[in-house]
Each structure stands twice: as structure tokens, then as C-alpha cells.
Design a protein around this ligand. Structure first.
Ligand SMILES: [Zn+2]
Length: 308
């Protein structure tokens, strides 16, 4: 079992720790942490590619929970028919969605889109491996392996679509696919507070609660600042720091896999975070206590001394 910053600091938390779920077979502990963010999803995509899932053919599908299917809505049989006997051509990520391009024998393309919800993760299992503990879906491949969706909360979602963008119609550009100047222009044209603006997936895709706070702290911008009151220069620095924060997390996750090789879901209390998400914890820069402020329904952790 890995000991994380979370374990070391558990005694300082005000909120209850996430449940630890032990798989009896291997005595492994999973930390169920809220909301896989972009780095976890990118790591899951890379894991599936490393496991050589592209080029495998889907034989059949088992879905345990009809509510998890968005298209065709709640219809397990139609969903299974749409994706069975199709070859997985490639796997990409868009925001927090994993997109598999499928092709049939005539090379007609369709797509399987997956969103991890709050607690979802994917695991490639061999024939002899037991199922994951909270198996909500299993995709059986022609090489005897299967991809299992482990999802404690059951909020992961699946789509079988010809056009994958229908799963995320209002998604803005990825942080990597936009220039710093365009990023600043998109934000400055709004009058929102910067924190909810970063979480607005139509402005920029894939920046979640943790990495918005991390990158605002790195840039010294208060989460309460209005976007039209922040200079273009500071916003371009923010763009750089968003990419830096996300890349650091992706590198950390991909180099610290679980024992079965699947990506470990990052713990928001991890030591490598700039902001410890516990009220009044010391700022990593000035050591003054940080604040937690509700902004548009989400808690922002920030340092009033370093962020203006
Ligand atoms: Zn500070």
C-alpha cells in the first residue's frame, strides 16, 4: 500500500476521509476521492493505450446499471449491439471524456464515449483476474481480456454515438490547444469571477476545482477577481501555470500506478499539491493560513496574503 500525503495528514482533516475500500484478494487499499480530473482521465487514456487496447475487438458488453447509458438512453441491449463486434481503432481524450473510435468490418466509424463521474476508473483484467469490486460495466475483448468500469457511486456515464462531440456539445478548447493570448481574450470578454470562469467548461475544457486553485495560487491571482479586471499578462501567466499544474499531475499519476498497473487516482491532499485542501493549512509560499471560500457553490482554497 502506498502511503500518501493524505495518510500523513489524515489527523488534521476536518472533513471525513474518503472511504478506504480493500479488495480482499490483494489486500489493496483504494482511496475513493471525489471527481477524477483531467490528469486522471488522461492517465487512464494512456494506460489503455499502453495496455494495447487499440486494435482489440469488442466481443460483448455487460452493463450493470441502465442509468449509466446516456445514448441510447438507459437501453443496455441497444448499447451493447452498437459497440459489439467492433474494433477499437484508437483512444483519445477530450476534456474529461475518454473517446474510443470504433470501426466495423466495412470500416464505418462510430464512437464509445465514457465519463468517469465522481468515482469511476477503468481496469484491464485478464481472464483469471477477479472482477473489480464495484463493477458497473465490462467490455469483453476478443483476446480474452476485459475492460472493467469500477465505480463506487455509479455516476460514470457511457455514450454510443456516431459523432462523439454530441456527448460534450459545449466544450471549450483544451488548455494545450489554445494560445495564451486567445486564453486571455476568452476570459477578459467575461465579467465572471476567475474561479468559476476556469471551471466553466465552455470557456476552457478540463480544468477542475483542484487545478483551478493550484494554478491561481501559482500565478498569485485571487479566485474572487473578476476576469475583466485581470491584465492580459497575468492571464497568459495563468495559462502557462494551468498547463504546468496539469502536466505535473499527469506525470505524477503515470509514474505512480496502482499495483495492477492502472492509474492511481490522485489524492487532493497529496504532498505535491501547492494548496493543502484543509481549512487554515499553511500556504506553501508564505506559511500564512490559507482560506476556503465558497464561490458559485464550489470551495476555493487560496492564500489571501499571496493571491490578489
Ligand atoms: Zn501565501
Amino acid at each position: 500500500m502506498r502511503v500518501t500525503g493524505a495518510d500523513k495528514r489524515a489527523g488534521h482533516r476536518k472533513q471525513p476521509p474518503p472511504p478506504n475500500l480493500t479488495t480482499p484478494q490483494q489486500n489493496r487499499v483504494y482511496h475513493i476521492v471525489p471527481m477524477p480530473e483531467l490528469p486522471e482521465v488522461e492517465s487512464i487514456k494512456r494506460y489503455l493505450i499502453d495496455q494495447k487496447i487499440p486494435n482489440a475487438t469488442i466481443q460483448r458488453v455487460e452493463i450493470g446499471w441502465p442509468d449509466s447509458i446516456v445514448v441510447p438512453a438507459n437501453d443496455i441491449e441497444s448499447f451493447a449491439n452498437r459497440i459489439s463486434h467492433k474494433r477499437i481503432k484508437n483512444i483519445t481524450r477530450r476534456g474529461k471524456y475518454i473517446v474510443s473510435t470504433l470501426s466495423d468490418q466495412q470500416d464505418t466509424q462510430s464512437h464509445l464515449v465514457l465519463h468517469m463521474g465522481m468515482t469511476g476508473s477503468l481496469h484491464v483484467r485478464n481472464l483469471s483476474d477477479p472482477p473489480v469490486r464495484y463493477r458497473r460495466a465490462a467490455i469483453f475483448l476478443d483476446d480474452t481480456r476485459r475492460i472493467e468500469l469500477n465505480d463506487y457511486r455509479r455516476w460514470a456515464k457511457l455514450w454510443a454515438l456516431d459523432d462523439p462531440s454530441l456527448a460534450y456539445p459545449n466544450l471549450g478548447p483544451e488548455p494545450w490547444d489554445i494560445t495564451p493570448t486567445d486564453f486571455a481574450t476568452r476570459l477578459r470578454s467575461r465579467r465572471l469571477r476567475i474561479k468559476p470562469a476556469l471551471l466553466d467548461q465552455s470557456i476552457i475544457a478540463g480544468v477542475g476545482n483542484i487545478y483551478a486553485d493550484e494554478s491561481l495560487h501559482r500565478t498569485g491571482i485571487s479566485p474572487l477577481r473578476r476576469t475583466n479586471r485581470i491584465s492580459t499578462q497575468r492571464l497568459t501567466q495563468l495559462h502557462t501555470n494551468i498547463i504546468k499544474s496539469l502536466n505535473r499531475a499527469i506525470n505524477h499519476i503515470t509514474t505512480h500506478p496502482s499495483e495492477d498497473g492502472s492509474p492511481y487516482v490522485v489524492d487532493a491532499y497529496d504532498d505535491r499539491m501547492r494548496i493543502i485542501r484543509t481549512p487554515n493549512s499553511p500556504c506553501s509560499t508564505c506559511h500564512q493560513p490559507t482560506k476556503n471560500t465558497k464561490i458559485s457553490g464550489r470551495t476555493a482554497y487560496h492564500c489571501p496574503n499571496c493571491q490578489h
